[in-house]
Design a protein around this ligand. Sequence first.
Ligand SMILES: [Zn+2]
Length: 105
Amino acid sequence: MSLPSSRGKSSSFYERWVDVYEQAYRNPGNLDSVVCPHCGRLALNLIFIVDVPGETRSTFVFWCAACLGGLPPNRTRTPLHALPVFRGTEHVPNYELVVDEPGAS
Ligand SMILES: [Zn+2]
């Protein structure tokens, strides 16, 4: 997941979420040191939802349990050290999606 940074402005709220997601993705078993880009709390959750055991691709869901914001779920490659969750057994709150700001130039 990478974003073009051609707008010449400092990173947007969305981009900060993506940065934090990438940190979490690299080490999904240890979110204790990754703070929420919105509220600054240590309350982030990152899960990888799979349909069948052993699937190498999954749907990630990344949200903050404190302020209930997060990235829109998307398909990704499941990290090797992640513990996937089977679809239907996930516990995800109804959080607010952080989306890229359209047309800010
Ligand atoms: Zn938060």
